[in-house]
Design a protein around this ligand. Structure first.
Ligand code: PMP
Length: 410
């Protein structure tokens, strides 16, 4: 009952509806290029001579349908069932969990590894767990949402420095001196919206000088950067022990799902007993553990996949630039965005690409600032050069008005 004189509260559904409207419900209702089932695209284009190509997936090393990966996860499901069944701490532990963690630690050259059920959860829980009152977290302005939400989730201070601008970071570290107990700097190994990387040697020199800790999110750089895909430390020839904490995901190069933390053995032992996102969440399922482990084994055995990925990505970036398209600061490793004049032009190009059997969805506000719409192209060692060049040709023709948008028919 509503008491006399008190305004009636709107229902939960009314509040949700209003928030959805503010988030652009009317645009979404008119039709949009998101949640396109790729299995439907596969069917639509399988009969056409040029087939269907996805430039929207994280399968950097071309392992998603590798027979060894599929066989390993099928076998694990048959042997151990569908789910881990409990938190690893209390009943969900499987021999395969530690085997995967040791495999990753050995491959990446780090002290130890801890796996969690999601990459997103890994950042959120870890950042929240590490810091407390009188601590500061300094994050790159283009950090992934899981870092932003983790950095704003606690009773510590969160500040942002300009993307890859280490003069700005230096100023902020100087300003913070003496004011905080611990300072944690968080960057990514490879930024998935821009395809660029931080100057890690400079960052390490700075964090040492300012007594700060460094956390590097290598979600997009493990399996990608460095001659063997060991990430940004290998890229710069730096010993991984120079970085206090790195996080990775099993959902990209390792074609499974889940997140992981790399640190020295003592830190991992502490997190194994205390990190809320690990302790209070279920262990990886047998199938996801086995598929990730198989992917790590293939990468260790076949580092040439990393080189092939680099060649494909650079072929796209360089051909796009030659065709008058704008890849910005992308270094040409796995992710190459192309920037367009307006959200409308970005949507139009993505639609034209779909009509030509190439799936690469547009990224517009909220994913990136309103004035920086783009299409992110993700590459794989398994892509064919002719498909990459076709994507460049179709994009350039769409931008130059040579390919009108048609209505796609299934
Ligand atoms: N960190 C970064 C930098 C990411 O790009 C992503 C997801 N794309 C994540 C963390 C979360 O990983 P996952 O999707 O495996 O949860």
């Amino acid at each position: 009952m509503v008491s006399e004189g008190k305004p009636e509260r709107p229902s939960f559904s009314a509040v949700a509806e209003r928030r959805f409207r503010l988030a652009g419900k009317s645009i979404i209702e008119k039709g949009h290029p998101y949640f396109v089932p790729v299995d439907r695209l596969e069917q639509m284009y399988s009969s056409k001579p040029e087939g269907y190509v996805s430039l929207a997936h994280y399968d950097y090393l071309g392992l998603a349908r590798h027979p060894e990966v599929i066989a390993a996860s099928t076998q694990a499901m048959q042997d151990y069932g569908a789910g881990a069944g409990a938190s690893r701490l209390v009943g969900g532990e499987r021999t395969a969990h530690r085997a995967l963690e040791r495999n990753l630690a050995e491959f990446l050259g780090v002290g130890d590894v801890l796996t969690l059920i999601s990459g997103y959860l890994t950042n959120l829980s870890l950042i929240n767990h590490l810091l407390g009152p009188r601590d500061l977290v300094l994050i790159d302005s283009l950090a992934h949402n899981s870092i932003v939400v983790g950095a704003k989730s606690g009773r510590f201070e969160c500040r942002t420095f300009e993307h890859n601008d280490f003069d700005d970071l230096e100023e902020q570290l100087k300003a913070a001196r003496g004011e905080f107990r611990h300072v944690l700097v968080v960057v990514e190994g490879l930024y998935s919206m821009d395809g660029d990387i931080p100057d890690l040697p400079r960052l390490i020199e700075m964090k040492k000088r300012h007594d700060a800790w460094l956390l590097v999110d290598e979600a997009h750089s493990y399996g990608v950067l460095g001659p063997n895909g060991k990430g940004i430390c290998e890229h710069f020839g730096i010993d991984p022990s120079e970085v206090e904490l790195s996080v990775g995901t099993l959902s990209k190069s390792f074609v499974s799902s889940g997140g992981f933390i790399c640190a020295n053995a003592e830190v991992i032992a502490w997190l194994r007993f205390t990190l809320p996102g690990f302790v209070y969440s279920v262990g990886l399922s047998p199938a996801t553990t086995a598929s990730a482990d198989a992917a790590v084994n293939i990468l260790r055995r076949e580092p040439e996949r990393v080189e092939r990925l680099k060649q494909k990505s650079r072929l796209f970036r360089d051909s796009a630039r030659a065709a008058g398209l704008e890849p910005g600061n992308a270094i040409g490793e796995a992710v190459v965005p192309l920037h367009f004049e307006s959200p409308e032009q970005t949507m139009m190009v993505s639609q034209v690409l779909i009509e030509h059997g190439i799936y690469a969805p547009p990224i517009v506000q909220v994913g990136v600032p309103k004035d920086q719409p783009r299409i992110r192209f993700f590459f794989s060692a398994a892509h064919r050069d002719e498909d990459i060049l076709r994507a460049v040709d179709v994009t350039a023709a769409a931008v130059h008005g040579e390919l009108p948008v048609q209505i796609a028919s299934s």
